[in-house]
Design a protein around this ligand. Structure first.
Ligand code: S3P
Length: 451
């Protein structure tokens, strides 16, 4: 499906973007290992979370969806740490890297074997970062030239504990090793080079797992999980709105002249909100109201209004805290005054698409002055973008970022393959139409950017 967009004339109102993908996937996995019935209120319902749900169902976990008033809620009947059953067929993870990597850890210590596979896109993503340390714990895993499909053989007894310093700052690797640690004979200690999202640690803690966490000066965690002496307790959580989905509207409202938006109930875990820090440093007008805690995560309402942005430099420990936000950050950079420089972000090459070469090439079709570097990119702004035909690259975040660029581009922009947004945000274009009015005049060449 292709989508055509026009410049936004106005952008205002109130929006609750969909629930958090990372938290929903983790809840599905952990609830399956707990004892008793977990309640997960407001789960994300998207392609990625459906993949995780179907895999857990195939492992023998009953999952029902009910409604509490207007709100959807999952009831997940946990099978205990040793209660999963061998899947009858290959577990298909679609394009969900989180599902595949976390399941690899969860399955590594089981007494049955399983195969994991996914879409062609997922088959291209690196898996050795998780299979190598799992093998060091004694797991028997075959990968396919370092990628999926993966075949996990039944564990012979318990896995081994270990101390592991992760070479890449990856929450997926950290989470996979913690899940494997539930089946180890001794503690597993993982240290990350820079802070990464800590949803797994929070949820494991809530389930009663034995965790110890310390932090280095740059905020990076060292997490030790000791072998469980008791079953995991069932979860009762409400999933906040996904900061990574809110990000598109944070930037859109910063760029569309006169815009003001309120985004309600957004997850504000500091390991995820690097974009907030970056946008504020650029001069964005963003305020947080009603900061609270829900389901063990900080949550708040975000108000954002249009502002003149100034270029900044991003690197170091900020990078993993905004790792999924670089496509939309790049769009903001095209409208900022000065030269924006991103460093230490080579991981962007191995996301759903190559978010350095691939994504920046699409942005250049709109007139952006954006060039990749060895470990990031350089963008010169502000640029008056012009509508063009661009490719969503099969990457949900590329497609949504290009849609936001279209709001400040002159004339019509067509995004090819825009339906890939279903991975995390099936209603993205409907939500955009709810808060924006468009300038359908194809000859329009309004200046973009600024308050
Ligand atoms: C995720 C971690 C990040 C992120 C991904 C989701 C998670 O990946 O990019 O979209 O849920 O743990 P890495 O662990 O590869 O950095």
């Amino acid at each position: 499906m292709n989508r055509s967009l026009f410049p936004a004339r106005t952008l205002s109102g109130l929006l609750r973007v969909p629930s958090d993908r990372s938290i929903t996937v983790r809840a599905l996995l952990l609830a399956g290992l707990a004892e008793g019935t977990s309640r997960v209120l407001c789960p994300l319902e998207s392609e990625d979370t459906e993949a995780a749900r179907a895999c857990m169902a195939a492992l023998g976990v009953p999952i029902a969806i009910q409604h509490e008033g207007d709100l959807p809620a999952l009831r997940i009947t946990g099978q205990g740490l040793r209660g999963l059953r061998a899947p009858a067929a290959t577990l298909f993870c679609h394009s969900s890297g989180t599902t595949m990597r976390l399941l690899a850890g969860l399955l590594a210590g089981q007494t049955f074997g399983a195969a994991l596979d996914g879409s062609d896109q997922l088959r291209r993503r690196p898996m050795r970062r998780v299979t190598d340390p799992l093998r060091a714990m004694g797991a028997q895993i075959e990968d396919t030239n370092g990628c999926a499909p993966l075949r996990i053989h039944p564990a012979q007894g318990l896995l081994r504990g270990m101390c592991y310093a992760m070479p890449v700052a990856s929450a997926q690797v950290k989470s996979a090793l913690l899940l494997a640690g539930l089946y180890a004979d001794a503690p597993v200690t993982i240290s990350e080079p820079a802070p990464t999202r800590d949803h797994t640690e929070r949820m494991l803690g809530a389930a009663g797992a034995r965790l110890q966490i310390s932090h280095a000066d740059n905020g990076a965690a060292t997490v030790t999980l000791s072998p469980p002496t008791e079953p995991l307790r069932a979860l009762d959580i409400r999933v906040p709105a996904d900061f990574s989905s809110a990000a598109f509207f944070l930037v859109a409202a910063s760029l569309v002249p006169g815009a003001c938006l309120r985004l309600s109930g957004v997850g504000l875990n500091a390991t995820r909100t690097g974009l907030l820090d970056a946008l504020r440093a650029m001069g964005a007008r963003i305020t947080i109201a009603d900061l609270r805690e829900e389901g063990g995560e900080p949550v708040g309402d975000i108000e954002v209004c249009a502002a003149e942005l100034t270029a900044i430099e991003v690197g170091g420990p900020l990078v993993p805290r905004m790792i999924d936000e670089f496509p939309i950050f790049a769009v903001a950079a095209t409208q900022a005054h000065g030269v924006t420089v991103v460093r230490n972000a080579e991981e962007l090459r191995v996301k759903e698409s190559n978010r350095l070469e691939g994504f920046l090439a699409e942005l250049r079709k709109l007139g952006a002055r954006a060039e990749p570097t060895a470990d990031g990119f350089v963008i010169e702004g502000p640029t008056r973008l012009r509508g063009a035909v661009v490719d969503g690259l099969g990457d949900h975040r590329a497609a949504m970022a290009l849609a936001v660029a279209a709001l400040v581009a002159a004339g019509q922009t067509t995004i090819l393959g825009a339906d890939c947004v279903t991975k995390t945000y099936p209603g993205f274009f409907d939500d955009l139409a709810r808060v924006a009015t468009f300038d359908y005049d194809r000859r329009s060449d309004r200046p973009s950017g600024g308050a």
